[in-house]
Design a protein around this ligand. Sequence first.
Ligand code: SAH
Length: 358
Amino acid sequence: MTPFSQHVRERIALEGPITVERYMDLCLRQYYATRDPLGSGGDFTTSPEISQMFGELIGLWMLEVWNAMGRSHPVHLVELGPGRGTLMADLLRATKLLPDFAEAAQVHLVETSPILKQKQHAQLASSGMSIHWHERLEDVPEGPLLVIANEFFDALPVRQFIATERGWCERLVGLEDDCLIFGLRAEAETSLGNPLRIGDTLEWPSVSIDIMQDASRRIARDGGAALIVDYGYWGPAFGDTLQALKAHAYVDPLAEPGEADLTTHVDFHRLAQTALANELRVHGIATQGDFLAALGIEARATSLKKRATPSQAADIDAALARLTERDEKGMGELFKVLAVTHHSLEAVPGLPPLASAP
Ligand code: SAH
């Protein structure tokens, strides 16, 4: 047993069962503080780690939106949870097409992991931009914003409630014979109303909603846009989506606290509702496959292949297929894209306007 696993057990023995949200928070802090989880030698791989095309196309997206914003100067280019800094490096290289943007943009990375901060530092040292790091979005200075978040919201803790005869009861993590087990709070959470079907699970992403609320409030006041890419769905929906990933395989979320990546599926509808409550405009959602196709990923691949060796060309084709794969479990289908913008921005590249107000 790891010292951290022992620490979680002792804490629960002392204080009693903790909420799933608290458990996720403790484990995720430990997990991201102690490793770089990305890539083939880690626990999971993300789109920017698969191909430079992903960040480049998002860079072009940012340029178009910045143009539509009236080329605000300065503009805060913010990435939430930048991982190894790969997406930002590719994005910045693509935005060099418009030198005025590089002049206007101030880069802000919101990151809690010291190990990943170091990687981002090394990755972006040659970008020629001055980069600012923050622990929280709240610490980014005021001003027009362009925000990108890829696989960020899925990495935040959520509360879970289970429908019982008594009402919605919060799911807890407790101890039995020195083993971590799931349990339920005895009292129901009355603010959630009455469940319709006993056994349903309701996920409440309070941390995500707070961050979305802060981003939305700023965009409503100062202008700008946020682009969110993640695996998830358009709710409301019921279900337990908590997953633990280790070395690219699913494991029991309670088995190795702090050693596996804990995630949940993102409910884009809830994020959109938060933006709409702040009078932002919502664009999408689209699948990642449709979004990247609309931004011209095929043409980008063709142009990259012109300068590639045969083996590099095969890698480009494989990456293109992986990012846009449309079968049920493919990244092109599982991953969704949502943009929220200041009300004055009527359209953004690659995403349809929201069909009807949710
Ligand atoms: N966007 C990157 C990395 C995704 S992994 C990519 O696509 O490759 C999730 C990232 O979010 C990591 O950088 C992790 O350290 C960061 N992170 C997790 N929780 C966070 C929090 N509460 N605040 C800021 N960053 C966080």
